[in-house]
Design a protein around this ligand. Structure first.
Ligand SMILES: [Zn+2]
Ligand SMILES: [Zn+2]
Length: 96
């Protein structure tokens, strides 16, 4: 977890979440990154509680393990908590 202050107002920014960005969508955010990265990339998002500014950081591989995980009740594999379906067996958590 990084300690960063908002560039705009100096307030300590709060870690929001880690997510995957498709580079096509991310171009407007990460426009000055080198064009070497293909496909999806993981980013950590920080948010300023005062002014709402968001900052994106290329996720550190070492922090991978800290991502909250949940265990699929059907196939028993672990995956990120924000999947609406199990990415392995397609178990649907919100299904009826
Ligand atoms: Zn701010
Ligand atoms: Zn599963």
């Amino acid at each position: 977890m990084r300690k960063i202050n908002c560039l705009r107002c100096g307030t300590k920014m709060e870690y929001a979440k880690r997510t995957k960005l498709q580079l096509g969508e991310a171009g407007w955010i990460l426009g000055d990154l080198p064009h070497l990265i293909h496909g999806a990339m993981e980013v950590d998002i920080y948010a300023c509680p005062d002014c709402g500014k968001l900052e994106f950081f290329h996720a550190d591989e070492a922090e991978e393990d800290t991502m909250p995980q949940k265990r699929c009740p059907k196939c028993g594999k672990f995956h990120d908590v924000d999947w609406p379906k199990c990415p392995f067996c397609k178990h649907d958590y919100y299904g009826k």
